[in-house]
Design a protein around this ligand. Structure first.
Ligand SMILES: Cc1ncc(COP(=O)(O)O)c(C=O)c1O
Length: 415
């Protein structure tokens, strides 16, 4: 679709606008492999380096401004430096930063999550979504006395070997395929890890029918159903679990529940989480220097308190409108643009087919890289692979500027 001359032109213009970012990455390469420290944020020729970010605006080291439509991969649901979160975090830092003992802020956040999420009757905190996924797996293995896991193709639960690559304990099945799931399940499976909408995998929502089958098939073989709501919690007050009327056995949360600070959590019924109760014989030991961190707990609660039902509805409505605008504008330029959406997340695919499984998503290509560079040149900060996650910080004017930015980026690709 994008010819070589067009792509080279985009790279040249990008390099012309970002000399300081280039200098920084060259310096970084001397001490950090590849010059960065988070694989998903790397792109060619080099990622821009950020010097500040306030509300929905990111500024890079060359003074270029971008409207942020990624929001640290969904974790900054109110945008950057959100006043109430900054105030709470500064206060928490001045009260001690982190304590080696239980404290009220953990309790307040746990109570809020329990009030909010249908699956959570008790909560255990970790430092990341990855750790929460691994802990949920340990709980499921302990509860069932089984080892093996079922995960979905294109599903993402973190960067640990057990859950990220091929692993002898793990069977991967196609998403939205009830028959394949049923065939993979037997009485050796401890848990099925399930994103109600594949996030990193391309924002592909689960079919309602598939969710019903998932619940009944897991019940049949006695495997625990673990809902990964690390990204989807933002879709409604009680997350995607509430939207689907799902009865999960455990839930994993992270990202936005820390208000932008590192956090993770596992929620579930008392009967499953009691395995972590250190006053009981045979409890699982689960420690972490920063578990239940004071700053993350306070900042997270503040962010969640501002993520009201109406804030969510507004964000979802803005995302729906923007998704339609982007698809219409891409098609008007003669490009095969298909936008998938779930709540306030969407993915801009450069393909005709609307994907319902990860295998339907065209692998990373020059076209995808070209759209990302063109968006940066138009002042829009999206994910290199096409993920978009809006924030409550965006004004109507900025939402229109995003639609215009996509239109202009598509025009660059179509020439
Ligand atoms: C659905 C999902 N689960 C788990 C994780 C892992 O979370 P973390 O990056 O905090 O380890 C991610 C991160 O992108 C995610 O999107």
């Amino acid at each position: 679709m994008v010819n070589a001359r067009c792509f080279e032109g985009l790279v040249r213009e990008f390099k012309g606008r970002t000399p300081r970012s280039k200098k920084l990455i060259e310096r970084a390469k001397r001490v950090l492999p590849g010059g960065e420290t988070r694989s998903i944020t790397y792109y060619s020729p080099y990622p821009v380096s950020i010097t500040s970010a306030i509300g929905p605006i990111i500024t890079d080291s060359d003074g270029n401004n971008y409207i942020d439509i990624l929001n640290n991969y969904t974790s900054l649901v109110h945008g950057h430096a959100f006043g109430p979160v900054v105030d709470t975090a500064v206060a928490a830092a001045s009260e001690g930063i982190v304590y080696p003992a239980p404290h009220e802020a953990q309790l307040d956040l746990a109570e809020h999550l329990i009030e909010r999420h249908p699956t959570a009757e008790k909560i255990r905190f970790t430092n990341s979504g990855t750790e929460a996924a691994l802990l949920a797996i340990r709980i499921a293995q302990a509860v069932t006395g089984r080892d093996r896991l079922v995960l979905f193709e294109g599903g993402y639960h973190g960067s640990a070997p057990l859950i990220s690559g091929p692993h002898p304990q793990v069977i991967r099945v196609p998403f939205n395929d009830a028959a394949a799931l049923e065939a993979a399940l037997d009485d050796t499976i401890a848990a099925v890890l399930f994103e109600p909408c594949l996030g990193v995998g391309g924002v592909i929502p689960a079919d309602r029918e598939f969710v019903r089958a998932l619940r009944s098939h897991t019940h049949k073989v006695g495997a625990l159903l673990v809902a990964d709501e690390v990204q989807t919690l933002r879709a409604s007050y009680g997350g995607a679990t509430e939207l689907y009327g799902l009865e999960a056995d455990l839930v994993i949360m992270a990202k936005l529940i820390g208000g932008g600070y590192p956090i993770g959590a596992v929620g579930g019924p008392a009967q499953h989480l009691r395995i972590l109760d250190q006053s009981e014989p045979g409890a699982i030991a689960h420690s972490g220097t920063f578990n239940g961190h004071l700053v993350s707990a306070r900042a997270g609660l503040t962010a969640l308190e501002h993520l009201t039902k109406s804030a969510i509805e507004n964000m979802n409505a803005s995302t729906e409108k923007l998704a339609n605008q982007i698809e219409i504008s891409g098609r008007a330029h003669g490009l095969p643009v298909t936008v998938t959406r779930f709540g306030s997340m969407m993915h801009v695919h450069l393909q005709e087919m609307r994907p319902t499984q990860a295998a339907h998503v065209t692998p990373d290509s020059t076209d995808v890289a070209a759209l990302h560079l063109a968006l940066l040149l138009e002042g829009i900060f999206a994910a290199p692979r096409g993920l978009v996650a809006l924030s409550t910080a965006l004004t109507d004017i900025q939402l229109e500027l995003i639609a215009t930015g996509y239109d202009r980026a598509f025009a660059r690709l179509a020439t």
